[in-house]
Ligand binder design. Structure first.
Ligand code: SF4
Ligand code: SF4
Length: 360
Protein backbone atom coordinates (compact mmCIF):
# COMPACT_ATOMS: atom_id res chain seq x y z
CA UNK A 1 0.00 0.00 0.00
CA UNK A 2 0.95 3.62 -0.44
CA UNK A 3 1.60 5.97 2.48
CA UNK A 4 2.03 9.70 2.23
CA UNK A 5 4.25 10.79 5.09
CA UNK A 6 3.58 14.45 5.89
CA UNK A 7 7.06 15.49 7.02
CA UNK A 8 5.95 19.02 7.92
CA UNK A 9 2.95 21.23 7.27
CA UNK A 10 5.27 24.16 6.67
CA UNK A 11 5.96 25.34 3.13
CA UNK A 12 8.46 27.79 1.66
CA UNK A 13 5.91 29.01 -0.91
CA UNK A 14 2.46 30.48 -0.61
CA UNK A 15 0.73 29.40 -3.80
CA UNK A 16 -2.70 30.75 -4.62
CA UNK A 17 -4.26 27.30 -4.25
CA UNK A 18 -3.36 26.53 -0.67
CA UNK A 19 -1.69 29.60 0.84
CA UNK A 20 1.33 27.79 2.26
CA UNK A 21 0.33 24.52 3.88
CA UNK A 22 -2.03 23.81 6.75
CA UNK A 23 -1.99 25.73 10.03
CA UNK A 24 -3.62 23.12 12.23
CA UNK A 25 -1.22 21.83 14.90
CA UNK A 26 1.02 19.96 15.15
CA UNK A 27 3.00 21.11 12.14
CA UNK A 28 5.97 18.86 12.87
CA UNK A 29 6.28 15.11 13.36
CA UNK A 30 5.52 13.96 16.92
CA UNK A 31 6.05 10.22 16.47
CA UNK A 32 9.43 8.49 16.43
CA UNK A 33 10.91 6.85 13.34
CA UNK A 34 10.79 3.57 15.29
CA UNK A 35 7.00 3.97 15.73
CA UNK A 36 6.58 4.66 12.01
CA UNK A 37 8.75 1.67 11.21
CA UNK A 38 6.70 -0.56 13.47
CA UNK A 39 3.47 0.54 11.74
CA UNK A 40 4.89 0.06 8.23
CA UNK A 41 6.48 -3.30 9.09
CA UNK A 42 2.99 -4.83 8.96
CA UNK A 43 2.94 -4.10 5.21
CA UNK A 44 5.23 -6.38 3.19
CA UNK A 45 5.56 -4.00 0.23
CA UNK A 46 5.04 -0.38 1.32
CA UNK A 47 5.39 2.65 -0.93
CA UNK A 48 6.50 5.63 1.15
CA UNK A 49 5.83 9.05 -0.39
CA UNK A 50 7.23 12.16 1.26
CA UNK A 51 4.69 14.96 1.30
CA UNK A 52 4.05 18.25 3.07
CA UNK A 53 3.88 21.27 3.24
CA UNK A 54 7.22 21.04 1.49
CA UNK A 55 8.88 17.77 2.55
CA UNK A 56 12.40 18.84 1.58
CA UNK A 57 12.29 21.41 4.38
CA UNK A 58 12.83 18.35 6.60
CA UNK A 59 15.38 16.58 4.46
CA UNK A 60 17.27 15.12 7.45
CA UNK A 61 14.11 13.39 8.69
CA UNK A 62 13.47 12.15 5.16
CA UNK A 63 16.96 10.67 4.92
CA UNK A 64 16.60 9.09 8.36
CA UNK A 65 13.39 7.35 7.24
CA UNK A 66 15.01 6.22 3.97
CA UNK A 67 17.95 4.78 5.91
CA UNK A 68 15.71 3.00 8.44
CA UNK A 69 12.67 1.67 6.58
CA UNK A 70 12.68 -0.75 3.62
CA UNK A 71 10.23 0.61 1.02
CA UNK A 72 9.86 2.01 -2.47
CA UNK A 73 10.20 5.79 -2.22
CA UNK A 74 8.31 8.63 -3.88
CA UNK A 75 8.66 12.38 -3.36
CA UNK A 76 6.10 15.12 -4.00
CA UNK A 77 7.82 18.49 -3.93
CA UNK A 78 7.61 22.03 -5.25
CA UNK A 79 11.07 21.35 -6.65
CA UNK A 80 12.95 24.27 -5.15
CA UNK A 81 15.15 22.16 -2.87
CA UNK A 82 15.83 19.22 -5.16
CA UNK A 83 19.46 20.37 -5.31
CA UNK A 84 19.80 19.45 -1.62
CA UNK A 85 19.29 15.71 -2.24
CA UNK A 86 22.58 13.86 -2.47
CA UNK A 87 22.97 11.37 -5.37
CA UNK A 88 22.88 8.32 -3.05
CA UNK A 89 19.38 9.34 -1.90
CA UNK A 90 18.23 10.54 -5.33
CA UNK A 91 18.90 7.09 -6.74
CA UNK A 92 16.58 5.54 -4.13
CA UNK A 93 13.50 7.35 -5.49
CA UNK A 94 11.28 5.47 -7.88
CA UNK A 95 9.22 8.58 -8.70
CA UNK A 96 9.63 12.30 -8.07
CA UNK A 97 6.56 14.47 -8.64
CA UNK A 98 7.28 18.18 -9.07
CA UNK A 99 4.50 20.74 -8.73
CA UNK A 100 4.65 22.97 -11.79
CA UNK A 101 1.68 24.32 -13.71
CA UNK A 102 3.04 24.69 -17.24
CA UNK A 103 4.83 27.64 -18.81
CA UNK A 104 6.82 30.18 -16.82
CA UNK A 105 3.96 32.69 -17.01
CA UNK A 106 1.28 30.28 -15.76
CA UNK A 107 3.45 28.77 -13.01
CA UNK A 108 4.74 32.08 -11.64
CA UNK A 109 1.27 33.63 -11.66
CA UNK A 110 -0.04 31.03 -9.21
CA UNK A 111 3.11 30.01 -7.32
CA UNK A 112 5.18 33.21 -7.19
CA UNK A 113 7.76 35.03 -9.30
CA UNK A 114 10.81 32.96 -10.19
CA UNK A 115 9.31 29.61 -9.14
CA UNK A 116 9.30 28.19 -12.68
CA UNK A 117 12.95 29.11 -13.30
CA UNK A 118 14.09 27.74 -9.97
CA UNK A 119 12.12 24.48 -10.19
CA UNK A 120 13.27 23.82 -13.77
CA UNK A 121 16.87 24.52 -12.78
CA UNK A 122 16.66 21.87 -10.07
CA UNK A 123 14.83 19.41 -12.35
CA UNK A 124 17.70 19.66 -14.87
CA UNK A 125 20.20 19.31 -12.05
CA UNK A 126 18.79 16.02 -10.74
CA UNK A 127 18.85 14.60 -14.26
CA UNK A 128 22.50 15.69 -14.58
CA UNK A 129 23.19 14.03 -11.23
CA UNK A 130 21.91 10.77 -12.63
CA UNK A 131 18.29 10.54 -11.50
CA UNK A 132 16.81 7.98 -13.92
CA UNK A 133 13.51 7.39 -12.14
CA UNK A 134 10.10 8.60 -13.19
CA UNK A 135 9.98 12.40 -13.17
CA UNK A 136 6.40 13.65 -13.14
CA UNK A 137 5.13 17.20 -13.63
CA UNK A 138 2.18 17.72 -11.35
CA UNK A 139 -0.02 20.57 -12.52
CA UNK A 140 -2.77 22.42 -10.75
CA UNK A 141 -5.07 23.74 -13.45
CA UNK A 142 -6.93 26.88 -12.59
CA UNK A 143 -9.57 28.84 -14.47
CA UNK A 144 -7.97 30.51 -17.49
CA UNK A 145 -5.25 27.90 -18.03
CA UNK A 146 -4.83 26.68 -21.61
CA UNK A 147 -4.56 22.95 -20.96
CA UNK A 148 -3.25 22.06 -24.41
CA UNK A 149 -0.46 24.62 -24.43
CA UNK A 150 0.69 23.93 -20.88
CA UNK A 151 0.73 20.12 -21.00
CA UNK A 152 2.56 20.23 -24.35
CA UNK A 153 5.01 22.74 -22.93
CA UNK A 154 5.95 20.51 -19.98
CA UNK A 155 6.41 17.45 -22.17
CA UNK A 156 8.44 19.48 -24.69
CA UNK A 157 11.03 20.39 -22.05
CA UNK A 158 12.33 16.83 -22.36
CA UNK A 159 12.83 16.48 -18.61
CA UNK A 160 9.49 15.02 -17.54
CA UNK A 161 8.46 11.44 -18.27
CA UNK A 162 4.85 12.11 -17.35
CA UNK A 163 2.41 14.95 -16.71
CA UNK A 164 -0.78 14.86 -14.69
CA UNK A 165 -3.06 17.58 -13.42
CA UNK A 166 -5.87 18.36 -11.02
CA UNK A 167 -8.49 21.03 -11.54
CA UNK A 168 -8.20 23.68 -8.85
CA UNK A 169 -10.93 22.98 -6.29
CA UNK A 170 -11.46 26.73 -5.71
CA UNK A 171 -13.13 27.13 -9.11
CA UNK A 172 -15.97 24.91 -7.97
CA UNK A 173 -16.10 26.16 -4.43
CA UNK A 174 -18.91 28.24 -2.94
CA UNK A 175 -16.60 31.23 -2.33
CA UNK A 176 -15.27 31.38 -5.90
CA UNK A 177 -14.79 34.91 -7.26
CA UNK A 178 -15.87 33.93 -10.77
CA UNK A 179 -19.49 33.69 -11.88
CA UNK A 180 -20.99 30.37 -12.90
CA UNK A 181 -21.22 31.61 -16.48
CA UNK A 182 -17.51 32.44 -16.54
CA UNK A 183 -16.78 28.98 -15.17
CA UNK A 184 -19.01 27.32 -17.79
CA UNK A 185 -17.27 29.28 -20.56
CA UNK A 186 -13.84 28.25 -19.33
CA UNK A 187 -14.90 24.58 -19.02
CA UNK A 188 -15.99 24.71 -22.63
CA UNK A 189 -12.52 26.02 -23.61
CA UNK A 190 -10.84 23.43 -21.36
CA UNK A 191 -12.84 20.60 -22.96
CA UNK A 192 -11.82 21.83 -26.43
CA UNK A 193 -8.20 21.80 -25.26
CA UNK A 194 -8.66 18.20 -24.02
CA UNK A 195 -10.01 17.23 -27.45
CA UNK A 196 -6.95 18.75 -29.17
CA UNK A 197 -4.64 17.10 -26.67
CA UNK A 198 -6.20 13.64 -27.21
CA UNK A 199 -5.96 14.13 -31.01
CA UNK A 200 -2.29 15.10 -30.81
CA UNK A 201 -1.57 12.23 -28.36
CA UNK A 202 -3.06 9.65 -30.73
CA UNK A 203 -1.41 11.28 -33.76
CA UNK A 204 1.98 11.05 -32.02
CA UNK A 205 1.33 7.36 -31.25
CA UNK A 206 0.66 6.68 -34.93
CA UNK A 207 3.69 8.60 -36.19
CA UNK A 208 6.25 7.67 -33.56
CA UNK A 209 4.96 4.34 -32.22
CA UNK A 210 5.23 5.59 -28.70
CA UNK A 211 2.82 6.62 -25.96
CA UNK A 212 3.21 10.24 -24.80
CA UNK A 213 3.32 10.60 -21.02
CA UNK A 214 -0.08 12.17 -20.42
CA UNK A 215 -1.19 10.27 -17.31
CA UNK A 216 -4.98 10.82 -17.46
CA UNK A 217 -5.08 9.60 -21.05
CA UNK A 218 -2.87 6.58 -20.40
CA UNK A 219 -4.81 5.50 -17.31
CA UNK A 220 -8.28 5.83 -18.81
CA UNK A 221 -7.26 4.33 -22.17
CA UNK A 222 -5.71 1.37 -20.39
CA UNK A 223 -9.02 0.74 -18.60
CA UNK A 224 -10.97 1.03 -21.85
CA UNK A 225 -8.63 -1.48 -23.48
CA UNK A 226 -8.71 -3.98 -20.63
CA UNK A 227 -12.33 -3.49 -19.64
CA UNK A 228 -11.23 -3.57 -16.01
CA UNK A 229 -13.51 -1.63 -13.69
CA UNK A 230 -11.88 1.12 -11.67
CA UNK A 231 -12.41 2.21 -8.14
CA UNK A 232 -11.33 5.65 -6.92
CA UNK A 233 -8.18 6.01 -8.97
CA UNK A 234 -6.07 8.00 -6.52
CA UNK A 235 -6.67 5.11 -4.10
CA UNK A 236 -7.50 7.33 -1.10
CA UNK A 237 -8.96 5.15 1.62
CA UNK A 238 -8.43 2.02 -0.53
CA UNK A 239 -4.68 1.47 -0.83
CA UNK A 240 -3.45 4.98 -0.20
CA UNK A 241 -3.21 6.65 3.23
CA UNK A 242 -1.62 9.75 4.72
CA UNK A 243 0.29 9.73 7.99
CA UNK A 244 -0.18 13.09 9.67
CA UNK A 245 2.52 14.65 11.90
CA UNK A 246 0.71 13.51 15.07
CA UNK A 247 0.49 9.91 13.83
CA UNK A 248 -3.19 9.98 12.88
CA UNK A 249 -4.03 8.55 9.48
CA UNK A 250 -6.10 10.37 6.90
CA UNK A 251 -7.63 8.69 3.87
CA UNK A 252 -6.52 11.60 1.66
CA UNK A 253 -3.51 13.93 1.99
CA UNK A 254 -5.58 17.00 1.13
CA UNK A 255 -8.55 16.53 3.47
CA UNK A 256 -6.44 16.16 6.62
CA UNK A 257 -8.58 18.67 8.53
CA UNK A 258 -11.87 16.86 7.83
CA UNK A 259 -13.43 14.31 10.19
CA UNK A 260 -14.60 11.95 7.43
CA UNK A 261 -10.97 11.46 6.42
CA UNK A 262 -9.64 10.42 9.87
CA UNK A 263 -9.56 6.65 9.86
CA UNK A 264 -6.96 5.54 12.37
CA UNK A 265 -3.47 6.09 13.70
CA UNK A 266 -0.05 4.48 13.43
CA UNK A 267 -0.27 3.62 17.13
CA UNK A 268 -3.31 1.40 17.04
CA UNK A 269 -4.23 0.55 13.45
CA UNK A 270 -2.94 -2.22 11.24
CA UNK A 271 -2.64 -0.94 7.69
CA UNK A 272 -5.08 -3.54 6.31
CA UNK A 273 -7.76 -2.51 8.80
CA UNK A 274 -7.84 1.00 7.27
CA UNK A 275 -9.05 -0.05 3.85
CA UNK A 276 -12.54 1.12 2.86
CA UNK A 277 -13.22 3.04 6.08
CA UNK A 278 -13.79 6.22 4.06
CA UNK A 279 -15.51 5.54 0.78
CA UNK A 280 -17.11 7.33 -2.17
CA UNK A 281 -20.87 7.87 -1.96
CA UNK A 282 -23.62 9.28 -4.15
CA UNK A 283 -23.99 10.56 -6.79
CA UNK A 284 -20.89 8.71 -7.99
CA UNK A 285 -21.83 5.14 -7.07
CA UNK A 286 -24.97 5.39 -9.22
CA UNK A 287 -23.23 7.17 -12.10
CA UNK A 288 -23.16 5.44 -15.48
CA UNK A 289 -19.39 6.01 -15.86
CA UNK A 290 -18.44 5.21 -12.24
CA UNK A 291 -16.61 2.09 -13.46
CA UNK A 292 -14.27 4.34 -15.49
CA UNK A 293 -14.15 7.52 -13.39
CA UNK A 294 -14.04 5.75 -10.04
CA UNK A 295 -15.65 8.77 -8.37
CA UNK A 296 -12.79 11.16 -9.21
CA UNK A 297 -12.05 12.55 -5.72
CA UNK A 298 -13.04 11.34 -2.24
CA UNK A 299 -12.55 14.81 -0.79
CA UNK A 300 -14.95 16.50 -3.23
CA UNK A 301 -17.43 13.63 -3.07
CA UNK A 302 -17.58 13.91 0.74
CA UNK A 303 -17.57 17.73 0.86
CA UNK A 304 -20.27 18.56 -1.64
CA UNK A 305 -21.81 21.09 0.73
CA UNK A 306 -18.72 23.27 0.12
CA UNK A 307 -19.34 23.43 -3.62
CA UNK A 308 -21.06 26.24 -5.48
CA UNK A 309 -24.44 25.73 -7.17
CA UNK A 310 -24.00 23.11 -9.89
CA UNK A 311 -20.33 22.83 -8.90
CA UNK A 312 -20.41 19.04 -8.92
CA UNK A 313 -22.08 18.84 -12.32
CA UNK A 314 -19.50 21.25 -13.76
CA UNK A 315 -16.71 18.97 -12.50
CA UNK A 316 -18.47 15.92 -13.94
CA UNK A 317 -18.82 17.61 -17.33
CA UNK A 318 -15.02 17.69 -17.58
CA UNK A 319 -14.73 14.00 -16.66
CA UNK A 320 -17.47 12.99 -19.10
CA UNK A 321 -15.80 14.90 -21.92
CA UNK A 322 -12.41 13.33 -21.26
CA UNK A 323 -13.85 9.82 -21.14
CA UNK A 324 -15.91 10.40 -24.31
CA UNK A 325 -12.91 11.67 -26.28
CA UNK A 326 -10.84 8.67 -25.21
CA UNK A 327 -13.68 6.28 -26.07
CA UNK A 328 -13.74 7.84 -29.55
CA UNK A 329 -9.96 7.34 -29.86
CA UNK A 330 -10.13 3.71 -28.63
CA UNK A 331 -10.50 2.06 -32.11
CA UNK A 332 -7.38 3.85 -33.38
CA UNK A 333 -5.37 2.75 -30.38
CA UNK A 334 -6.67 -0.82 -30.71
CA UNK A 335 -5.55 -0.84 -34.35
CA UNK A 336 -2.07 0.36 -33.39
CA UNK A 337 -1.84 -2.48 -30.86
CA UNK A 338 -3.21 -5.08 -33.29
CA UNK A 339 -0.72 -4.12 -36.03
CA UNK A 340 2.18 -4.21 -33.55
CA UNK A 341 2.97 -0.49 -33.60
CA UNK A 342 2.33 -0.41 -29.85
CA UNK A 343 2.23 -2.98 -27.09
CA UNK A 344 -0.68 -2.92 -24.64
CA UNK A 345 1.96 -2.83 -21.91
CA UNK A 346 2.97 0.63 -23.21
CA UNK A 347 -0.26 1.83 -21.63
CA UNK A 348 0.19 0.07 -18.31
CA UNK A 349 1.09 2.99 -16.10
CA UNK A 350 1.67 3.58 -13.28
CA UNK A 351 3.35 0.34 -12.31
CA UNK A 352 2.03 0.97 -8.77
CA UNK A 353 0.12 3.82 -7.17
CA UNK A 354 2.85 6.48 -7.28
CA UNK A 355 0.66 9.46 -6.36
CA UNK A 356 -0.36 10.38 -9.91
CA UNK A 357 -4.01 11.35 -10.07
CA UNK A 358 -5.53 9.87 -13.20
CA UNK A 359 -8.90 11.65 -13.23
CA UNK A 360 -8.11 15.42 -13.28
S1 SF4 B 1 -18.44 11.51 -13.57
FE1 SF4 B 1 -19.01 12.68 -11.74
S2 SF4 B 1 -20.74 11.56 -10.82
FE2 SF4 B 1 -19.74 10.20 -12.30
S3 SF4 B 1 -18.36 9.00 -11.03
FE3 SF4 B 1 -17.19 10.74 -11.88
S4 SF4 B 1 -17.28 12.38 -10.34
FE4 SF4 B 1 -18.86 10.84 -9.85
S1 SF4 C 1 -8.09 13.01 -5.86
FE1 SF4 C 1 -9.15 13.88 -4.10
S2 SF4 C 1 -9.31 12.16 -2.63
FE2 SF4 C 1 -7.73 11.63 -4.12
S3 SF4 C 1 -5.78 12.35 -3.19
FE3 SF4 C 1 -6.53 14.00 -4.54
S4 SF4 C 1 -7.72 15.34 -3.17
FE4 SF4 C 1 -7.48 13.37 -2.11
Amino acid sequence: MHYHIILTKECNLSCNYCGGGSDTPPKEIKYSIAELKSFLSRDSNPVVAFYGGEPLLRIETMKHIMDSIPARFVLQTNGLFLHRIEPQYLSKFHTILVSIDGTREVTDKERGNGVYEHAMHDVKLIRQRGFRGDLVARMTVTQGTDIYENVRHLLSTGYFDHVHWQLNFAMFWEGSENTEQELAEWISTYNSGISSLVDSWVDEMSRLNRVGGIVPFIGVMNSLLSGEKSRLRCGSGIDFFSVMPDGRISACPVSIDFDFSMIGSIYDSAARSLCNKATIGEPCVSCDIFHICGGRCLFVNRSQEMLRNNGFSHICSTVRHLVKKLQEALPQVQTLIENGSLGQSDLEYPEFNNGCEIIP
